[in-house]
Design a protein around this ligand. Sequence first.
Ligand code: S3P
Length: 171
Amino acid sequence: IAAVLGPRSIVLVGMMGAGKSTIGRRMAARLHLPFTDADTEIETAAGMSIPDIFEIHGEAYFRDGEARVIARILDSGPVVLATGGGAFMRQETRNRIRERAVSIWLKADPDVIMRRVRRRADRPLLQTADPEATVNRLLGEREPVYRNADLTIASRDVPHDRIVEECLEAL
Ligand code: S3P
């Protein structure tokens, strides 16, 4: 796989709750590559949590920071990178990912996503009166774009290592 990847990174895209961070961490361990989580890097760069960035500076500011952080990570050498669910929606970010990485869409069904994000207050986009409707709306907007990833793997309720194997086989 190292030979196939060359200097390219692996970038996981897909909705909140699809398992990008969990699967990414395990893939990185298997491939002996560093794992990087874009959301964590943004929080470090901003010195505050994602909900605070949204609340204090707004979504547009978050998105600009997210694009810069992802560009910098991809420039820094091969890693396995988990991106936030909205990152791949920006054309400039998709282009960079296409140049420097193999992208994998972790595709999860709405009910799986809802179950995984339910009890958590760390997704500002889902702090709405009807989170389920919000997830469905976002999926409607995003799935046609996520589809442009190089590979698609179904993220479902099977052991994580099985999803990791499927990702590695697909590379
Ligand atoms: C977002 C997803 C989050 C985080 C932010 C916005 C989105 O990341 O970047 O809350 O737009 O879908 P995860 O996909 O890791 O939850």
